[in-house]
Design a protein around this ligand. Sequence first.
Ligand code: DGP
Length: 122
Amino acid sequence: MSETIFTKIINREIDAEILYEDEQALAFKDINPQAPVHFLVIPKKAIATINDITKQDRELVGHLSVVAAKVADEMGIAEEGYRTVMNCNEFGGQSVYHIHLHVLGGKLLGWPPYTDKPKNLE
Ligand code: DGP
């Protein structure tokens, strides 16, 4: 798999506003926030998409949610609530091919996420 911008953030080759780090994961602010609080939680292991997650990654992927909740609490959004999203491939809106959990909060969020309602769902 080719290296993504997130590997460069892990390796401190480019800057990011890092909120949390441990041996397995990193959390940092999204460069293009879609909510008052928007950060990403990534595994240090480079896994391209959700489709590439293996059974061996189960604990690691679960750990991302543990980190998300811890940082959400530290950012003051835990009680009111927030959303976690992991996009997959083109239709899921994925642009960086290193899995990442978006954590969005600080405001009442809308649902559903698409803007053009599919015809079969009108
Ligand atoms: P996705 O579309 O789900 O693959 O989300 C990728 C997110 O990554 C997007 O919300 C913007 C963020 N992002 C892309 N490049 C950078 C970067 O260099 N630094 C930071 N902090 N975030 C980035």
